[in-house]
Design a protein around this ligand. Structure first.
Ligand SMILES: *Cc1c(COP(=O)(O)O)cnc(C)c1O
Length: 401
């Protein structure tokens, strides 16, 4: 038994062949980011605590918010846990009423959390991939003066759509100035321009979307006064944002064990973010990479799920409609790319058949050209030159399918 155990858990692991990820989280990280995880730090180590302080300060800089009015709260776990912690901390236990602008898959997560936490819920449903009807939203705000919180998603990663955060923020504040606005900006913050104070009172992002870190913690940027007013409101002890912030204020430390390696990786990732031109640099990079996907995909006859010239088209992921060509086989396409070291994002929007190329992450423009070339070869292997060219009806053998 013991010998077998030793054999399985070899202490010098062989490196598997690197994969190029076109998935929007977990995503490709740079070599520098991975190397930053090679050193162990204790949670009270000076170098580590300075890194945490710099991370928190830099995030407020990226958000362009007042450092006295706003705080960056880091919380262990996935991005969704940051959302849950924020909703639980900032939605009143008594008479809390959460208006959810439901735009798709990631809004559904907020919905599930609000329901689970037994807070009141009002929903404003927007069709997937459709623009928000602002006049209708205005009607709903007028009809519900008892709303305490508004939640929405800035960029829906399932479709690639951006929602008008500043417009939503201004509208909510016009009718309900005391409402606490929560935005899931997990896949948009750091990659899409956003006037944070106009959009919300609390914003959630994570270590491994537009900042290209590794998974391990979420980031909540919140107005201090809003968080501090909610002492004791969270029904969860370890995911209480008010306690977490109080901990940082007291000694700059996490309340319980921090994900040190992920934080050191993020510290390096933020350095690279700034070296590559900060937010503007990311916007430029993503636009360039998304354009390569869009042009190549259209040339192969794929159709985009969203209209690429609208301002709501994000360059974070490119969603393509699942082709209906009789020779098309998504599983074959996915496997063909996988065997060549490329991983795409097969998950789909709830209502539409789509698949996606993730643009964010430390992939290069050349990596993107390579995966599009491999996509062309994958189509060719199925006998497809262009998805718009349908074969003559009698040339397709339907007996085998
Ligand atoms: C990735 C993502 C999440 C979830 O993040 P996890 O780290 O997987 O929990 C939530 N919302 C949006 C918009 C995302 O893109």
């Amino acid at each position: 038994m013991f010998a077998l155990h030793c054999k399985t858990l070899n202490s010098t692991p062989s490196m598997p062949a690197p994969q190029i990820l076109f998935t929007p989280g977990p995503l490709m990280t740079s070599e520098g980011v991975r190397k930053a995880m090679m050193v162990d730090y204790a949670s009270r180590d000076g170098t580590f605590l300075r890194a945490v302080k710099e991370i928190r300060r830099t995030l407020l800089d990226v958000a362009a918010v007042d450092h006295n009015e706003w705080a960056a709260i880091l919380l262990q776990g996935a991005g969704t846990m940051g959302i849950e912690a924020t909703i639980n901390t900032l939605t009143p236990q008594v008479n809390g009423k959460y208006l959810l602008i439901n735009t798709g898959k990631y809004s559904e997560r907020q919905r599930a959390i609000v329901k689970h936490l037994k807070r009141g819920l009002v929903e404003f449903t927007v069709g997937e991939g459709e623009e928000i009807d602002i006049a209708k939203l205005e009607e709903l705000l007028k009809a519900h003066p008892d709303i305490t919180n508004v939640g929405y998603v800035f960029h829906e990663t399932s479709t690639g759509m951006i929602y008008p955060a500043e417009t939503i923020g201004a509208l909510v504040r016009r009718y309900l100035p005391n409402v606490v606005i929560i935005v899931d900006a997990i896949s948009g913050f750091g990659g899409i321009p956003l006037r944070v104070p106009d959009a919300c009172d609390a914003l959630i992002t994570s270590s491994n979307k537009c900042f290209h870190g590794v998974p391990g913690f979420s980031v909540v940027l919140a107005k201090r006064s809003v968080v501090e007013a909610k002492k004791g409101n969270s029904t969860c002890l370890t995911m209480d944002l008010q306690r977490q912030l109080a901990g940082f204020d007291k000694n700059g430390q996490f309340v319980v064990t921090p994900p040190v390696h992920a934080l050191m990786a993020f510290h390096q990732a933020l350095k690279e973010f700034q070296e590559e031109g900060g937010l503007e640099g990311r916007v430029r990079q993503y636009k360039q990479k998304a354009d390569i996907v869009v042009v190549a995909a259209k040339a192969m006859g794929f159709e985009l799920f969203l209209h690429e010239y609208k301002p709501s088209f994000g360059n974070i992921v490119v969603a393509l409609k699942m082709p209906v060509h009789p020779l098309w086989n998504f599983k074959k396409f996915y496997t063909f790319l996988n065997e060549r070291g490329f991983v795409i994002y097969p998950g789909k929007a709830s209502h539409a058949e789509t698949f996606r190329f993730g643009i964010i992450g430390a992939t290069t423009a050349q990596n993107v050209r390579d995966v599009m070339e491999a996509s062309r070869e994958a189509l060719a292997s199925m006998g497809i030159t262009n998805l718009k060219d349908l074969p003559a009806p009698n040339s397709v053998d339907t007996s085998s399918s």
